[in-house]
Design a protein around this ligand. Structure first.
Ligand code: ATP
Ligand code: MG
Length: 178
């Protein structure tokens, strides 16, 4: 029989809303179980999300860091080298955190976008995740999850958009979108 305790790889992907917030919900659940959780947000940086302040209240067992600067220009030659540099730095910190033994769960928010924008090599990420310390849970979020990562993940959820307020012209709402 399989071991009862095992570090899992989860992916929240798909076009519907809820990928990041579901990961934060799982993080909250883990913190409540006495686990230490690190959330690294790839690409994000320009918006001030409510979760930044909410997580701060938990102290050192629940840490969230924005590793980007927002508003990433995408598509081959147009990608700003500065954004690529920030993604590389975020990945270096993510890898270090996963291997450090310091965290029970590491959430790599929006990493799927960084990979689909070709700012990060999926083979390198897959290799690091495959060889990670056994008990570390990792959650990857963002649309267009790479097939290689989907294949190796334990739990993959695809958010399906049924409708979104944005479609009838409602702008991003405090507490819902940020
Ligand atoms: P959330 O952070 O709310 O869980 P998400 O992580 O699933 O959303 P992202 O692709 O990271 O979604 O997009 C982030 C922002 O875009 C959020 O403000 C979110 O509300 C908004 N958003 C998500 N899905 C849609 C959609 N289908 N149409 C319009 N806006 C969306
Ligand atoms: Mg998100």
């Amino acid at each position: 029989m399989a071991d009862a305790r095992k570090g899992l790889l989860l992916i929240n992907t798909g076009p519907g809303k809820g990928k990041t917030t579901a990961a934060l919900g799982t993080a909250l659940r883990a913190v409540g179980n006495g686990m230490k959780v690190l959330v690294l947000q790839f690409l994000k940086g320009s918006w001030h999300y409510g979760e930044l302040d909410a997580v701060e209240a938990f102290g050192p067992n629940f840490v969230l860091k924005q590793m980007g600067r927002g508003f990433v220009k995408v598509g081959g030659a147009e990608t700003d080298p500065e954004d690529t540099r920030l993604v590389e730095a975020a990945w270096a910190e993510a890898r270090e955190a996963i291997y450090s033994g310091e965290w029970d769960m590491v959430v790599l928010d929006e990493i799927n976008y960084a990979i689909s924008y070709k700012m990060l090599d999926p083979v390198v990420v897959a290799e690091a995740l495959r060889n990670r310390p056994e008990m570390v849970h990792v959650i990857l979020t963002g649309r267009n999850a790479h097939p290689l990562l989907v294949e190796m993940a334990d739990t993959v959820t695809e958010m399906r958009e049924v409708k979104h307020a944005y479609q009838k012209g409602v702008l991003a709402q405090r507490g819902i979108e940020y």
